[in-house]
Design a protein around this ligand. Structure first.
Ligand SMILES: [Cu+2]
Length: 261
């Protein structure tokens, strides 16, 4: 395949198959155009060299071959746009109804926080005033919906073969959630919540990078997407829930001691 030769990361998602198909087609089309117009250019250099054409020709081309060629190119480009690119784009911008995993991605200088709603499937309330080093997304501890929520930093897990929706936002400046192996890239903009979806095809670890120059640590703003089997994903969620329960039980005695003092 041509795009393998160009060094693009290998696709690991179902949604990426169609995107790669269009990329492949466009690159072949551009290669054919490049070679075609390149040959034409070399031909004109040879044909209109001063030894063959000592006097300038003021009337130019008299037949309509170039006009037909131009219209053919416009037609193919129009077909590419209307027949392939716009349908593909419209499929990317809707939020799928069959999503089995719904996550929130909260970007910050310079890292990623992933917020899972927990077994109840409801995201707990967040308040920017509650943000601290222990509570990077400002989750409200008094909201019952947030009791079972899980927050992971720079590590996102998903089950393989399921549709994943991630709502993106940012705590500070504009970042970009770029996941080349899933053929996903979406800006994370403060004050908005923008959904993006993908469907992982192959288990493994994939790099999440920031695709928007966001400050001095931009190059270090990397996360990891781990695509697990269904069992491994459940085990990871259970492990995170246990870690959260453990951290809460450490926090409580501390608070009690502080209250006594
Ligand atoms: Cu960034």
């Amino acid at each position: 395949m041509l795009i393998d030769f160009l060094g693009i990361q290998k696709n690991a998602s179902f949604n990426g198959v169609e995107i790669d198909g269009l990329l492949e087609f466009c690159h072949w089309f551009m290669l054919i155009l490049f070679v075609g117009w390149g040959c034409f250019f070399v031909y004109t250099l040879w044909r209109f060299h001063r030894s063959r054409q000592p006097k300038a020709e003021y009337f130019g081309v008299r037949n309509h071959v170039s006009t037909h060629l131009e219209f053919s190119v416009i037609l193919i480009e129009g077909m590419l746009l209307l027949g392939f690119a716009i349908p593909l784009w419209s499929g990317r911008v809707y939020s799928p109804k069959d999503a089995s995993v719904h996550v929130r991605g909260i970007a910050q200088q310079f890292g990623w926080n992933f917020h899972y709603p927990g077994p109840d499937g409801v995201f707990g309330r967040r308040d920017p005033k509650l943000i601290s080093s222990n509570n990077p997304i400002g989750l409200d501890p008094n909201d019952p919906a947030g009791k079972d929520d899980l927050v992971a930093s720079n590590e996102m897990h998903t089950p393989v073969g399921q549709t994943i929706v991630i709502d993106l936002t940012s705590k500070d400046v504009i970042h970009n959630y770029a996941l080349p192996s899933m053929r996903v890239a979406q800006d994370a903009i403060p004050g908005t919540m923008v959904p993006v979806w993908f469907k992982p095809m192959t288990p493994g670890e994939y790099e999440i990078v920031c695709g928007q120059l966001c400050g001095s640590g931009h190059g270090l703003m990397r996360g990891m997407l781990v695509v697990d089997s269904a069992e491994d994903y459940k085990a990871w969620l259970d492990e995170r829930a246990k870690l959260k329960a453990g951290a809460a039980s450490i926090e409580k005695p501390k608070a009690a001691v502080a209250a006594v003092r």
